[in-house]
Design a protein around this ligand. Sequence first.
Ligand code: AMP
Length: 539
Amino acid sequence: MHGLMQDWPLLCHKVLDHAAAYHGGREIISRSVEGPFHTTTYSDLRKRALRCAKRLDMAGIGNGDRVATLAWNTWRHLEAWYGLLGIGAVYHTVNPRLFPEQIVWIINHAEDRLIFVDLTFLPIIEAIRDKLPTIERVIVLTDADHMPELKIDAVDYESWLAEADSDFAWKEFDENQAAGMCYTSGTTGNPKGVVYSHRSNVLHAMAACVPDMLGLSSRDRIMPVVPMFHANCWSIAFTAPMSGATMVMPGGKMDGASIFECLDTHKVTVTAAVPTVWLMLLQYLEESGKSLDILERVVIGGSACPRAMIETFQNVYNVEVIHAWGMTEMSPLGTLCSMKPEVADLSGDDKLDLQEKQGHPPFTVEMKITDDDNRSQPWDGETYGKLKVRGPAVAKAYFKGDGGRIVDDEGYFDTGDVAHVDANGYMQITDRSKDVIKSGGEWISSIELENIAVGHADVAEAAVIGVAHPKWDERPLLIIVAKPGVSVDGADILDYMRPKVAKWWMPDAVEFIDEIPHTATGKIQKMALRDQFADYVFE
Ligand code: AMP
């Protein structure tokens, strides 16, 4: 017997319809790439997205066609996403921080037909244009007045858009149709294309909105500092219009002063980004003596959030931290660390201990931790294993079948992370499986050591890698970037760590460097550090 409810496909552009119908006057405020702040509303953004859809349709773009975007978070980027979604085409966000050769590889692999590009990234496109045979047209996300002299053929977005009106109806199609694409940074082999569907994006956004996850409401003013090109913007391009929240888009300026200006001027209540962004903001706040009077909560993920960062946000600036974990293959949200009743009364160090964990999953994410033989491990907060996940917004394969089969017989995807889960269902990542340090047959968590080291007042950033050791196989080496203008010695940092770390976990040595290399999504590039210290010998 079938249910007798209506067929109403879960299509992403219905999210914008909802926002325009019920929250039409709510604002989307962007720092434009040209400079000044720009304000529009959900109602007007929908009209322009329809116009964009019509213009794309006129250009012969349709079902399943991939279109690249190389752009910051602004209203134009958002309306281009919805324009593409509304005709069944596929937004393909490209990370401009990748090397040009990687960008060429990704665009060619995706066979993108058009590219929307911000003024900032024109030099990249100019340099590689002749290597992009599938790209039919370059559309620059600006107006005619701001179009620079270019060495390549390109049109400004506003002139291109003006060739259509907004008298257009979204296309209807199956909810399982592809909606968006994002390539994983892939430290081994070529990048791999993750393909989101309309259904997965909508379900993921609904799961992410609930109070124990992002907890968004129409009273919120959310600023996704996390770029739209990083893992599907952590759902915010869908969760904000779905909940009718005001959006503040930070454009291309990520320094502490610029982020503070957006937060403060536009009265942001909730925001989200990787720890490196928050390091810059906290440094700016410390230097300027400014405070965060309106901001209520900050979602921090993408790499482990250091304990000291949680403590500073909460105790100094009265902003609640929500530690989050996820990955491109998971759309991306996997867990958020919100307080269940079992832990709601924790305070002080006990609360921080909990918040260092990456948290618990929303409905739609099933997780398990297993040993090497895929046997589930107990949830005791200690036994660690490979973290595996399944659900309607988790990848079952990569674009073009790259990488072969990626799920086990029960449909679980191996995240490549090592974690433990406690009795209340809070998961904590101890490492990427390839970064785990194996000492005398036991594992040492590099993430935990890094988190403790950055708690030292003179440490700006810390990384721990395993270095070959004749007796123990591997021992931890602590690599430090000191805060500007301070002089600190390794022994002092180790003294600080000693009471907080099991004896056999203590790093065998400390090395100082000027800068820790980061990936295009702000993660510490452990592989580069391992190469740099490949010949390191402990004294
Ligand atoms: P990406 O798909 O580029 O966002 O990378 C996903 C990976 O980032 C995960 O598999 C984790 O290894 C790492 N990651 C994301 N969030 C966290 C977090 N809160 N703590 C530790 N690692 C994280």
